[in-house]
Design a protein around this ligand. Structure first.
Ligand code: SAM
Ligand code: SF4
Length: 354
């Protein structure tokens, strides 16, 4: 079959030049040119959010109009194409995914796509008290909830206005709905919450949760602030071990999971570190991302993207869409350019989804 879809790409500088087609493969699971099987798609359902976390976006962030975003039908078409290309896991993210209208029905439709074995979501938890049960009923399997501090005042400062009580209500609802094991994401930000990592890590002793400490990544207009506020994972780890004792590696973990898991003595849950800055995990990377405005982003920290929205709205066929996605995946880059000063500028984190 001839691969001719790049003709449908509009002429935009940020678009990845999908000019290096896979040498032979036009069937079977999609791989990239480094031999990595790319089978985990993160879908951003909206760039909008009900918070304004300081480490994620500027306070005066403006969001895209609805017409610029993928419709439910377009998301489902891309997800079906992804599944036919070997994608087995989808994570819904944002912005804040729970503010998208019709979310539960969209989850139900995504969960029914043949080949998608794991459907997960990352959320700030504010709306989970009402949504956790219907989402679980619709087929959502796992949840990551972002919670960067246990102190309500610090939480307000980090999120600019968030109410921590609502996140706790959401976490309780998620557990009651059986969305286990619950993972809690903590971005460690110098001057905001580096002293909160011990109480957060302590949660893993009593609760079966996975607490994941994430190094701050620089993106877009807030990159300068972010670069000045990175707390390296080794510092976070040392702080935790000084207070709570040694962290023991959990054997047999999935090498494609960027969080290297550890356990405190006697703990029910786990602790993980996502060291994107100090120890990138490119060799095990199996991810690609779909932005809410329909661009396929092959590396979180590289700005070049492939436009799927325009071909879809120009009437490309399902087979053409698949071929375009396969080419994009083939061209997935290796390694970010941060050490060379190449900071991704085109989007802030909320416009990608983490
Ligand atoms: N709104 C949802 C939430 O906060 O969980 C989903 C979207 S958010 C962009 C996805 C994840 O990215 C969250 O865990 C968030 O804490 C994390 N994040 C946001 N900005 C980040 C940054 N600059 N560096 C590292 N992680 C970041
Ligand atoms: Fe919103 Fe999540 Fe970004 Fe916070 S991290 S501003 S909750 S998208």
């Amino acid at each position: 079959m001839a691969v001719r879809v790049p003709l449908l790409l509009p002429d935009e500088t940020l678009l990845w030049p999908v000019d290096a087609p896979p040498p032979t493969a036009v069937t079977g699971p999609a791989v990239d040119s480094y031999g990595r099987a790319i089978n985990y798609l993160r879908i951003s359902l909206t760039d909008a959010c009900n918070l304004r976390c300081v480490y994620c976006m500027p306070e005066d962030m403006r969001f895209q109009p609805r017409s610029a975003l993928l419709t439910d039908e377009e998301i489902l078409t891309i997800a079906r194409a992804a599944a036919e290309l070997g994608t087995t896991k989808i994570r819904l993210t944002g912005g804040e995914p729970t503010i998208r209208p019709g979310l539960v029905e969209l989850v139900r439709a995504l969960a029914r796509i043949p080949g998608i074995r794991e459907l997960a979501m990352t959320t700030n938890g504010l709306l989970l008290a009402e949504l956790a049960e219907p989402l679980a009923q619709a087929g959502l399997k796992r949840l990551n909830v972002s919670i960067d501090t246990l102190d309500p005042e610090k939480f307000r400062r980090i999120t600019r206005w968030g109410d921590l009580c609502r996140v706790w209500d959401g976490i309780a609802a998620a557990e009651a709905a059986g969305l286990n094991p619950l993972k809690l994401n903590v971005v460690v930000v110098r001057g905001f919450n580096e002293d909160e990592v011990v109480p957060l890590a302590r949660l893993s002793i009593e609760r079966p949760w996975h607490i994941r400490f994430i190094e701050l990544m620089p993106l877009g207009s807030v990159a300068e602030f972010q670069q000045g506020a990175v707390v390296p994972s080794h510092e976070t780890r040392a702080r935790i071990e000084a207070e709570l004792g040694p962290l023991m590696p959990v054997p047999g973990h999935d090498l494609r999971d960027p969080a290297r898991p550890y356990r405190l003595a006697g703990a029910r849950g786990q602790i993980g570190f996502i060291d994107t800055i100090t120890d990138p995990f490119c060799a095990g990377c199996n991810r690609y991302r779909l932005t809410a405005d329909g661009k396929l982003r092959l590396c979180l920290l590289r700005d070049r993207e492939v436009d799927l929205l325009t071909p879809l709205r120009n009437g490309c066929t399902f087979e053409e869409l698949k071929a375009l996605m396969r080419l994009a995946i083939w061209n997935k880059p290796w390694g970010h350019g941060l050490p060379e000063g190449d900071v991704p500028r085109a989007r802030v984190m909320s416009q990608i989804g983490g």
